[in-house]
Design a protein around this ligand. Structure first.
Ligand code: 6R9
Length: 632
């Protein structure tokens, strides 16, 4: 299943388009199934209704664990690198990981969880997080991992949306020099979550927590009561594997649903190919398991291929901006998969943190999460890859389950800031606003996908109509990505960024409507408008225009209050970088906010604001421009 030449890529691509069922049927043979499928694919994009490997039975953990025991039971599956480099790292072999997953799966059963139940996981980046995820999959429970940076309210909304029965968390998390009280946050969230019956708490930072009688139990106690034998639950290929919430252009995050069979095949196939993974190599993805990148390329993809996956608890700059390079050297990392925002941040420290670091183990580099600018691409290439490691700029989304457009390491000629070509099985097209296909090269348009792939989302939890509206209705019979894209003279794709009201801040997706809702919840605020603006490190920063709130004479304090509100409602990741108080917003006569104008103003590009004559009060634009000058 591994592509080794560009010619083979072209052949596989051709085959995947001409005969998708045969192509994916063959790829799927590389996995372990309890029962084969009777139909590889049935689909329509109208409802949408997508089924891969219909009739097949499997358990993804048998593919990620059991099937490796004989050949590589003693090989490291996970190498855990703690936040504090003074602490010991932990290596779990496939045998050990299998044992612990089975044991914890029994803990879940003991606490009433069964096939189909939803389980919320809110944990630090420790081996037990991967264990918890896999234990859910082992018993057929549906995991919903929530990133550790979200607030109690965000957690409660997500738990209630999918009616989780069990929560798995820890006393706290380390993040650089900071400590985050995870259990306190969960306690606040659970006040409003009637469906949660049990909360399993891992001891990690050893901070005092409140344990509610009847509801809360300790991980360490629970594992003593069970053994480590747990037969994997037999799952249908189309049974739900997990839910992952993500932001869109409307206010409420949606629960993207992935299923067992197709997701497994797609995560495994793309991992093996894009990174050209070789047996025995050490692979390090710096994402958090709370995001899709961590699901597909720390846990499921690598483990399904018997790889050694590094799981890092900390941040790139703690205790020093050499941390990534120390980890590369210490664990002899062969593949480093990270985000442009991390690269730009590390770049800003100059060459000093790289001095005397041995990066010679690096063979492949990867980038994900947002467009990578040329400067960062070249720095990554020269300073980290020493000009010898191919960079795979991987474009994909929570909804796509796995990498879609990307070079294949050692196979596809790369080009700075281009995600290059679609992987086999992926049929991208560019369309104009009217949904007309834009053919040929050297063109720009909105990026859509016209044929299903195994890793695609099946629905949004509890609201299929929303899935249809969001992804399949903008352009009939196409999956719409929300991204703008250009295709150059060589047919190479470059993703230019979102064309909807979704921001990408440090590689995290944040809906402008979500941030506005949060700001508007502040007592003194009546209305606000949020847009993105270019930010040197974060890629995009959040710019909030807030209609003069009641400030009681203290503008700075009011700003801090608003930031506090956003932190409470969503989480610190959604805090605006800039807040500007204005007396009004540019609105059309029908009352719609003209974000286009605010975006230009936030970008500092006020020379070309376009037609403002349709505005209700054109004078407000000049007033806002004047006010922005004072802000800088
Ligand atoms: C995997 C992930 C998805 C959005 C996507 C796009 C942006 C991701 C990119 C990229 C340019 C890349 N994006 N990878 N843009 N080049 N290589 O990030 O999923 O969090 O759902 O974000 O991120 O805008 O639509 P998710």
């Amino acid at each position: 299943m591994q592509i080794t030449s560009f010619k083979q890529y072209e052949e596989d691509f051709k085959k995947s388009v001409e005969n998708p069922e045969q192509f994916w049927g063959e790829v799927a043979q590389n996995f372990q199934w309890r029962k084969p499928w009777f139909k590889v694919l049935s689909w329509n994009f109208e409802e949408p209704n997508i089924k891969w490997f219909e009739g097949a039975k499997l358990n993804i953990t048998e593919n990620c664990l059991d099937r490796h025991l004989e050949k590589r039971g003693d090989q490291p599956a996970i190498i855990w690198e703690p936040n504090n480099p003074e602490e010991e790292s932990v290596t779990l072999t496939y045998k050990m990981l299998h044992e612990r997953v089975c044991r914890f799966a029994n803990v879940l059963k003991r606490n009433g969880a069964k096939k189909g139940d939803r389980i919320c996981i809110y944990m630090p980046m420790v081996p037990e997080l991967a264990i918890a995820v896999l234990a859910c999959a082992r018993i057929g429970a549906v995991h919903s991992v929530i990133f550790g940076g979200f607030s109690a309210k965000s957690i409660a909304d997500r738990i209630n949306d999918s009616q989780c029965k069990v929560v798995i968390t820890a006393d706290g998390a380390y993040r650089g020099s900071k400590q985050i009280p995870l259990k306190d946050v969960i306690d606040d969230a659970l006040i409003g979550c009637p469906t949660v019956e049990k909360c399993i708490v891992l001891t990690h930072v050893r901070t005092p927590v409140s344990m509610l009688k009847g509801r809360d139990v300790w991980w360490e106690d629970e594992v003593k009561h069970v053994n480590d034998i747990c037969e994997a639950e037999e799952m249908d290929a189309e049974d739900m594997l997990f839910i992952l919430y993500t932001s869109g252009s409307t206010g409420k995050p949606k629960g993207v649903v992935h299923t067992c069979g197709g997701y497994m095949v797609y995560a495994g196939y793309t991992f093996a190919n894009v990174f050209n993974y070789q047996p025995g190599e050490v692979y390090f993805c710096t994402a958090d398991i709370g995001w899709i990148t961590g699901h597909s390329y720390i846990v499921y993809g690598p483990l399904s291929q018997g790889a050694t996956s590094v799981l890092f608890e900390g941040i790139p700059t703690y205790p020093t901006p050499s941390r990534f390079w120390d980890i590369v050297e210490k664990h002899q990392v062969n593949t480093l998969y990270t985000a442009p925002t991390a690269i730009r941040s590390l770049m800003s420290y100059g060459d000093e943190p790289l001095a005397e670091k041995d990066l010679s183990s690096i063979r492949v580099l990867g980038s994900v999460g947002e467009p990578i600018n040329e400067e960062a691409w070249h720095w990554f290439d020269e300073k980290i890859g020493k000009g010898k490691a191919p960079i795979v700029d991987t474009w994909w989304q929570t909804e796509t389950g796995g990498i879609m457009i990307s070079p294949i390491a050692t196979v596809t000629p790369t080009k700075p800031s281009f995600a290059t070509l679609p992987l086999p099985g992926i049929q991208p097209i560019l369309v104009d606003e009217n949904g007309q296909e834009i053919v040929g090269n050297d063109v720009m348009g909105n990026l859509c996908i016209k044929f299903p792939w195994p890793g695609m989302l099946r629905t949004t939890y509890g609201d299929h109509e929303r899935c249809k509206q969001t992804y399949f209705s903008t352009y009939p019979n196409l999956y719409f990505t929300g991204d703008g894209c250009l295709r150059d003279q060589d047919g190479y794709y470059r993703i230019t960024g979102r064309v909807d009201d979704v921001l990408n801040v440090s590689g995290h997706r944040i809906g402008t409507a979500e941030v506005e809702n949060a700001i508007n919840m502040h007592a003194g605020v009546v209305e606000s408008a949020v847009v993105g603006y270019p930010h040197d490190v974060k890629g995009q920063g959040i710019y909030a225009f807030v209609i003069n709130p009641e400030m009681h004479g203290e503008a700075e304090l009011t700003k801090k209050d608003i930031l506090q509100t956003v932190t409470r409602v969503i989480g610190a990741i959604a805090k605006p970088d800039k807040i500007l108080f204005v007396s009004g917003l540019p609105k059309t006569r029908s009352g719609k906010i003209m974000r286009r104008i605010l975006r230009k103003i936030a970008e500092g590009d006020t020379s070309n604001l376009g037609d403002t004559s349709t505005l209700l009060d054109p004078a407000i634009v000049d007033e806002i421009i004047e006010a922005t000058k004072a802000l800088k």
